[in-house]
Design a protein around this ligand. Structure first.
Ligand code: NAD
Length: 430
């Protein structure tokens, strides 16, 4: 038995009984621990974030009242490099969720081999209730409050649910004003005219497609003609749907917050994107039938792509899913219980920590380009992105076959070994 790094009791908010996404992450760490060999000595460091910051974000609303929002920035692990991870604006965001998301960033960054640790942030607000001016004030005050723990060589935020390049530009400006110098490298996912990278907008969806294609090759499954169901039609959902569509697949079902639409012959993705651009719900698409949201999980497909929020696939619906490959575009869409049901039923689950790593890969390219102020062509970026994603898939596939484990556990084996090796080499201070 390998002695643990420390025998101290886990603080209550970190325990695996803690409800929510963090509890799921702890279960995933438990599953990987038997495969870590001597590095298991350090495994406790994965079970507690390095740094948690909770901030008050007070905002003067357009009507003159003052509203207080709760904001978080969690740096889970920085053994392999500065923290890296998105910022989410959502009314239901919790500390547990941000902790889990930060930990999955640690795993993701190590799995694809970019030199970052894991971090994540969030503000508990509903951006749909905010005017543009209020949204800007929330963003700027939040950035200012977390300003002392972020920075190009400390922790680099990026977009996530309900945040975008507009918000990244405000974050970059706020941080820069407070520093007294322009610091483009403090966030990624910026507009291209402000030091952003070509290819970043579609990078996550493109990466999901690249690993999906690699997984399909292993199952001898053709992309052309394959049926694809996508939950979430935001940044990730739109880009991945377009990639599959361009490769000849049929996007038969799309669900977003406004409803679920279906057409067995394939939905018109360009028309759907056009509807969104004009502010209409996806349910307004002609040549598509609207189905009950819950029936989304019953639609037969070759690829099912959750690209919305966490914990969408649970014990409740995992037994109903009829797909060959579950490609996790979203973070944490599948609970461990659902994972087991899907594995038993022969569904290949390509986990979030591998499948959606394309975004952070191009964020890494953006960060490198900002440091050198030398910008690459989109072809160069896409070529490097495809290479990194395909190599990561190959390594993780080989690990999963060798160890006879799921792709998720294989990804955790590869990633946690890298993180803990760095931990061991750096040693413990003092
Ligand atoms: P987004 O805000 O652009 O889009 C979210 C989509 O989900 C929207 O279409 C929304 O309508 C839909 N949605 C929200 N609640 C829903 C519900 N209850 N049921 C069905 N649909 C719902 O966000 P995004 O950037 O595309 O992120 C989506 C997921 O991908 C998140 O889990 C995020 O953490 C993950 N992710 C994003 C990136 C990135 O680069 N944007 C990178 C890695 C992972």
């Amino acid at each position: 038995m390998i002695p643990h790094e420390t025998q101290h009791a886990i603080p209550s908010y970190l325990s695996k009984d803690h409800i929510g996404a963090w509890g799921i992450f702890l279960q995933q760490v438990e599953r990987v621990t038997p495969y870590l060999g001597e590095l298991g000595y350090w495994v406790e460091s994965l079970k507690r974030p390095k740094r948690i910051l909770i901030v008050d974000v007070p905002i003067k609303m357009d009507n003159g009242t003052v509203v207080h929002y709760e904001g978080y920035r969690v740096q889970h692990n920085t053994s392999r490099g500065p923290g890296k991870g998105g910022v989410r604006f959502h009314q239901d965001v919790t500390l547990s969720e941000v902790m889990a998301l930060s930990a999955w960033m640690t795993v993701k960054n190590a799995a694809i081999g970019v030199p970052f640790g894991g971090a994540k942030g969030g503000v508990r607000c509903d951006p749909r209730d905010l005017s543009m001016a209020e949204l800007e004030r929330v963003t700027r005050r939040y950035t200012s409050e977390i300003g002392f723990i972020i920075g190009p060589d400390k922790d680099i935020p990026a977009p996530d649910v309900n945040t975008n390049e507009r918000i990244m530009a405000w974050m970059m400006d706020t941080y820069s004003v407070n520093q007294g110098r322009t610091s483009t490298g403090v966030v990624t996912g910026k507009p291209v005219s402000l030091g952003g990278s070509l290819g970043r907008h579609d990078a996550t969806g493109r990466g999901v497609f690249v690993v999906g294609r690699a997984a399909a090759e292993k199952l001898n499954l053709a992309i052309r003609g394959a049926r694809v169901c996508v939950q979430g039609f935001g940044n990730v959902g739109t880009s991945v749907a377009r990639c599959f569509h361009n490769a000849g697949a049929r996007i038969t079902t799309v669900q977003d917050v406004s409803g679920t639409i279906h057409n067995d012959r394939g939905l018109d993705i360009d028309a759907l994107v056009g509807l969104q651009a004009s502010g209409e719900p996806i349910t307004a698409l002609r040549e598509a039938e609207t189905i009950e949201n819950d029936n989304f999980w019953d639609v037969p497909s070759e690829f099912l792509i959750p690209a919305a929020l966490e914990q969408q696939i649970t014990e409740r619906n995992a037994g109903r899913i009829q797909t060959r490959i579950l490609l996790e575009g979203a973070n944490g869409p599948t609970t461990p219980e659902a994972d087991d049901i899907l594995n038993d039923r022969g569904v290949l689950v390509v986990p979030d920590v591998l499948a959606n790593a394309g975004g952070v890969t191009v964020s890494y390219f953006e960060w490198v380009q900002d440091f050198s102020s030398f910008f690459w062509s989109e072809e160069e970026i896409n070529r490097r992105l495809d290479g990194i994603m395909a190599d990561a898939f190959a390594t993780i596939w080989e690990t999963s076959r060798r160890e006879k484990v799921s792709l998720r556990t294989a990804t955790f084996i590869v990633a946690c070994k890298r993180v803990l090796e760095a931990r061991q080499l750096r040693g413990l201070y003092p």
